[in-house]
Design a protein around this ligand. Sequence first.
Ligand code: NAD
Ligand code: IPM
Ligand code: MN
Length: 356
Amino acid sequence: GVDKKILVIPGDGIGQEVTAWGQKVLVTIAENYKHNFVFEEGIMGHVAIEATGNPLPDETLEKARRSDAILFGAIGHAKYDNDPSLKVRPEQGLLKIRKELGLYANLRPIKLFDELLEASSIKPEILRGSDILFFRELTGDVYFGEKNRTENMASDLMIYHRYEVERIARKAYEAARTRRKKLCSVDKANVLEASRLWREVVQGIAKEYPDVETEHMFIDNAAMQLIKDPKRFDVVVTGNLFGDILTDEASQIAGSMGMLASASIGDSVGFYEPIHGSAHDIAGKGIANPLASILSAALMLDISFGLKNESQRVIKAVEATLKQGYRTMDIANKHTDNHLVMGTDAMGAKVLENLN
Ligand code: NAD
Ligand code: IPM
Ligand code: MN
C-alpha cells in the first residue's frame, strides 16, 4: 500500500456535514486496500474567522503545504452574504489557499449517472449520455485583478497573462486527447480584451494538438448550448469567472449541485472539493447530498495518488447506491419511493456498505 498524508478542511455549513463522508470513504478504501492514510484537520472560512480572526490561518496553510492532498468542504455564512461592507470574509480563505498552492486548474467533471436521468429538470432524451469535463482557470481573472472602491465607484480588473492561458489550455488539450478529442474554449472575445488574448493563445496551442478538434464559443452562447444540447461538449476550457458560472449551470446536467465534485491541481499538492457552497438554506438539517464530497475523494485517489482501481471502486459504490434507489432530497423525483429518500448520514452509510 501507499503512505499518504491528507488534510481535511470541512469549513462551514454543509461542508461540515458532507466532508465527514468523503473522509470516511477514504478511510474505508485505506482499510480495504491496505493503504496508510494519515489525516490532519484544518480550519478555514467563517469557523476560522470566529476562532482566529483570519479566514485562512497560517497554521492551515502550513498543514496544506505538508500534505499529499487536501479534502475540502465549503465555506460561507449568511452573515457576510447579507452585509457586503464586511471586510474580512470566508471566501478570502478559499481564494488565498488556491493562489498560495498554485492551484490554477480546476477540473469539474459533469457526468450523469443513468439512474439520475429523471432527477434533472432537463428532458431525459436531451441529457442521456452527457459527459463533459470543464477546465476552469482558478488563479487569475477578475478574481485576482486589482480592486478599487470609492463611495460611488467600484472596479475589479479582469486580467490574464499569456502563461496563465497557455498552461490551462495545455492541460485541457491533454485531457481531450484521452477523451473524445473535442475542445471548446469559452470566452467573450467579441468584447473583452482579456478574452481576445485568451482566444489568441488557445488558437496557438491548438496547433500543437492537430488531432483535437477546437471550437471557440462566446460565453453567452455557451450558456445556452449547454442546456440545449449538452452532448455536443467534451472538454470545455474557460476562465475563472465564466467557469464558475457555467459549472453551476452544468450541475443540472448531472442532476444536482450535490453531485458535482472537483479537483484543483497545479504546482504541487491537489485540492479536492464539491463545487457547491455552504448552502445556508439546508445547513444543519442533515439533508445535504454527500455524494459530491465522496466523488471528490474518488478524484483524489485517481489524480493525486494514481489509485485508479480504488477511485473506480468508489464511483461504482455511488452508482450501486443510486441503482438501489437511495436518494437525498435534491436528487429524488416524483417517481422515487419515499422510503428511499434519506439524509446525509444514511446516504453516506449506504455508500460505505457498497464499498465493502
Ligand atoms: P450553494 O452552492 O451553497 O447552494 C446553492 C443551492 O444548491 C442551494 O439551494 C443549496 O441548498 C443547494 N445545494 C448545494 N449543495 C447541496 C448538496 N450537497 N445537497 C443538496 N443541495 C445542495 O450556493 P449559494 O447558496 O449561492 O452560497 C451559499 C454560501 O456558500 C455563500 O456564502 C457562498 O459564498 C458560499 N459558496 C462557497 C463555495 C465553496 O466553498 N466552494 C461555493 C459556492 C458558494
Ligand atoms: C466556487 C465558489 C467560489 C468561487 C467562491 C466561494 C469564492 O463559488 O468554488 O465555485 O467563486 O470560486
Ligand atoms: Mn461557484
